[in-house]
Design a protein around this ligand. Structure first.
Ligand SMILES: *[C@@H]1O[C@H](CO)[C@@H](O)[C@H](O)[C@H]1NC(C)=O
Ligand SMILES: *[C@@H]1O[C@H](CO)[C@@H](O)[C@H](O)[C@H]1NC(C)=O
Length: 259
């Protein structure tokens, strides 16, 4: 009986210890699966939710990618000795934000080789912990519209992986369109899609989509004019297919960037 009670007590202590150790790892990210746009800057979100302003010298931040040092902040200053060469001059923290527990990393002019898993670790008087972020890289651009002689044309110049294009009338009816995809020597897709739109006042949406990015571009025709806007949504599923597909294109994308 006594043994049983001791066993139970031990079990409860173990459960409490596990729960406690979990709650001390408070580091979070507003997006653990971001999709960066090749050549553009990407913010990798990482923070320790805290109400109190801490002394900078009490906060240390480490960003790593598979054992490579991406960035480090310690004793109130960047500590960049040993930083992997591919991140030199391209990674930065927001030093004003670090004192409030915000260790988000700005990665500049993203390359396809930046794809992969990053670990952000924060240690401060307010707590400690780490979070993993899976960065994926795609190529995407907004659509622009033209309207003449009853033909509405959408153009988007940079897409990868290969997208699908579908059109819809504002009533929700799917419309037939003619879409031409051309590839640059680097394998980047350029889209020209045309639709018969004989109404002089109407709204259409053109959806450009691949496994990582969905762009919804809306065109409103008023008389001879057309106005439009594009918004983007990103896949949250980290599919093996996506990363395999992009990796096979890595060398091509690098060529694109160096030419
Ligand atoms: C952290 O700082 C960045 C850069 O100023 C900002 O965009 C982001 O919203 C901040 N995140 C939090 C959780 O405060
Ligand atoms: C779209 O094209 C298909 C096949 O070419 C045809 O059957 C259908 O009627 C067309 N729809 C419209 C709305 O034109």
């Amino acid at each position: 009986m006594v043994t049983l009670i001791v066993l139970f007590a031990a079990l409860i202590i173990l459960i409490l210890a596990l729960a406690f150790s979990k709650s001390t790892s408070k580091v979070m990210s507003s997006n653990t699966k971001p999709v960066a746009n090749l050549g553009k800057d990407e913010l990798l979100s990482c923070y320790l939710p805290t109400q109190v302003q801490q002394r900078l010298s009490d906060v240390s931040v480490t960003w790593e990618k598979k054992g490579l040092k991406v960035y480090q902040y310690e004793n109130g200053a960047p500590a960049l000795q040993g930083q992997a060469s591919e991140f030199r001059g391209r990674a930065q923290l927001f030093s004003d934000a670090v004192a409030t527990g915000n260790a988000s990393l700005l990665l500049q002019s993203v390359r396809s080789s930046d794809e992969g898993e990053y670990t952000c670790s924060i240690s401060s008087s307010a707590g400690r912990g780490k979070v993993n972020i899976q960065l994926r890289v795609a190529v995407y651009s907004a659509a622009t519209f033209r309207f003449s002689n009853g033909t509405l044309t959408a153009e988007a110049s940079r897409w990868f992986p290969k997208p699908n294009v579908t059109w819809m009338h504002q009533t929700g009816i799917v419309l037939n369109a003619t879409t031409n995809l051309t590839t640059s020597s680097a394998g980047i897709f350029s889209i020209i899609s045309t639709l018969n739109a004989d109404q002089s006042s109407d709204t259409y949406s053109c959806r450009i989509e691949n496994n990582l990015v969905t762009a919804i571009a809306e065109a409103t025709i008023t008389g001879a004019d057309v106005s439009g806007g594009t918004y983007f949504a990103f896949s949250v599923a980290s599919t093996l297919f996506a990363s395999v597909y992009l990796n096979t294109m890595t060398s091509l994308l690098c060529t694109y960037y160096t030419t």
